[in-house]
Design a protein around this ligand. Structure first.
Ligand code: DP6
Length: 367
C-alpha cells in the first residue's frame, strides 16, 4: 500500500451525506508497550526501524467526537475537553494533526468538532497518553468517514485508522488492534509497512497469552525531554545506523521466540531493547537521562529475584522512569507478591497499574 490509497476519491462520499449533519462517535483505545523500540524517525513520521508492541488492556483513552456541519469550510474548528474541562493546551497538537491528515480526510473543514477525552490512568502518571489519545481520535474520524462513504472493508478501516494515528504520534499506530502489532517494514514479516501498524501475522506461543504488564509509577513528573526531541537526536547520532540494524535483527530473533515460547530468550531481547533505548538517549548530543535512581533499584531487584527463583520476570522501559514489569500469567501470584513486598517501596505513593496484553480499540457508540 502507498499513501495514495488513503486519499479519498471525491466521488466516494454518498449523496445522502446530509445524514451526517451532526452526531457523535465514541471510541476507547488502549496504550501499547514496545518490545522492540521505535526511536528515530524520518520525515512524515516514517520510522527508522521496525518495532513491535503488546497492545495493553487497562491503560486507555476514551474519546467522544461530537460533530456539527458548518458554513465556513476554510478553517479547522474544534474545542477540546479533558475530563469535562476545556484543555486548550492540547489544541496546537491537534491542529498539527488535522493539517497532516487533511489530505486523507477531506471532510475535516466541513465540521465543527467537540472532542471530549478522558484517560483511565492518572494524568500525571508519566504514562504517555499520545498513543491511546491519537489512536482514539483517528478512529472516531474513521467512523465518520466510513459513514460518509457508506461501505468500507474492515482491513482498510484498520489500516487507515493506524495510518492516520501514526501522523499524530508514531507509536499510536500500534494501538488500533491487538494483541501484538508490528510497525515498520521488516523483510521477514509479510504485510509489514512503514505507513501503519499490522497485527503480527504469525503463530504466537501460548506462554504469551494474557502476558502481564504491571506498570510501576516511579516518577509522575513531566518528562524533561519529549519523545519528538529524542527521535530527532537520532539524526547524526554516532550509533544510529548500528542501532537501526540491531532493531531489525532483534525483531527477527523475537519472531523465533514468539513461536517457541522461550521466555528466557524473550526477557533477554526485551530488556536489552529497553536499555539500548536509554543508552541512545545518554549518547546523543545533547545527552539526557530519563531513568531515576529508583528505576535502577527496581531493575536490580528484578534481576536478583529472577536469579533466586528462576521465575520469568523481566522489565521494559518507555521514554521515562516508569518500569513495566512483564511476566507470564501462570507466574502471576508469586511475582505480584514480590512486587508488593519488594518493589512498591520504590514507587511514588506505592502506585502501580496492573495491566496485561489486550485486543485493541473498540467503538463504544455512534449516533
Ligand atoms: C520510547 O510515538 O511518543 O515509546 O512519533 O514523536 O509522537 P512521536 O513519538 P512517540 O515515541 C515513542 C517511543 C517509545 C518507543 C516505542 O513506543 O516504540
Amino acid at each position: 500500500m502507498t499513501e495514495q490509497q488513503f486519499i479519498p476519491n471525491p466521488d466516494s462520499y454518498k449523496d445522502d451525506a446530509k445524514t451526517l449533519e451532526s452526531g457523535k462517535v465514541t471510541w476507547e483505545s488502549p496504550s501499547n508497550i514496545a518490545l522492540v523500540k521505535y526511536w528515530g524517525k524520518k520525515k512524515d513520521q516514517i520510522p527508522e526501524n521496525p518495532s513491535i508492541s503488546f497492545t495493553l488492556t487497562n491503560c486507555k483513552t476514551i474519546t467522544t467526537l461530537h460533530f456539527y456541519k458548518k458554513e465556513n469550510t476554510n478553517v479547522f474548528s474544534f474545542d477540546v475537553f479533558l475530563d469535562n474541562k476545556p484543555k486548550d493546551d492540547f489544541k496546537p497538537k491537534i491542529e498539527t494533526f488535522f493539517k497532516r491528515i487533511e489530505l486523507y480526510l477531506s471532510f475535516l473543514k466541513d465540521y465543527h468538532f467537540k472532542i471530549e477525552t478522558t484517560n483511565t490512568f492518572p494524568h500525571s502518571s508519566g504514562i504517555a497518553s499520545s498513543a491511546s489519545g491519537m489512536s482514539a481520535l483517528a478512529l472516531c474520524l474513521m467512523s465518520m468517514e466510513k459513514q460518509l462513504v457508506g461501505d468500507m472493508e474492515q482491513t482498510y478501516f484498520n489500516n487507515k485508522a493506524s495510518f492516520l494515528a501514526r501522523l499524530g504520534s508514531g507509536s499510536a499506530c500500534r494501538s488500533i488492534e491487538g494483541d501484538l502489532v508490528v510497525w515498520g517494514k521488516h523483510g521477514n514479516i509479510e504485510g509489514s509497512s512503514d505507513l501503519f501498524g499490522v497485527k503480527y501475522p504469525y503463530k504466537v506461543h501460548e506462554n504469551f497469552r494474557n502476558y502481564q504488564d504491571t506498570i510501576l509509577l516511579v516518577d509522575k513528573g513531566e518528562k524533561q525531554v519529549s519523545s519528538t526531541v529524542g527521535h530527532n537526536l537520532m539524526h547524526n547520532h554516532p550509533f544510529a545506523q548500528e542501532r537501526f540494524k540491531q532493531a531489525h535483527n532483534n525483531l527477527n530473533t523475537l519472531m523465533g521466540i514468539l513461536e517457541s515460547g522461550d521466555l528466557n530468550a524473550f526477557i533477554a531481547i526485551v530488556e536489552s531493547e529497553a536499555l539500548t533505548l536509554h543508552a541512545m538517549m545518554m549518547t546523543s548530543m545533547p545527552y539526557f537521562i530519563l531513568m531515576k535512581p529508583n528505576t535502577l533499584e527496581i531493575i536490580n531487584k528484578i534481576w536478583s529475584f529472577r536469579k533466586e527463583t528462576g521465575l520469568h520476570v523481566g522489565f521494559t522501559l518507555d521514554a521515562g522512569a516508569n518500569v513495566h514489569v512483564l511476566y507470564p500469567e501462570n507466574e502471576h501470584a508469586r511475582i505480584l507478591e514480590f512486587i508488593n513486598n519488594e518493589l512498591v517501596a520504590y514507587i511514588e505513593n506505592g502506585q502501580y497499574i496492573a495491566d496485561k496484553i489486550g485486543l485493541g480499540a473498540r467503538q463504544v457508540e455512534f449516533r
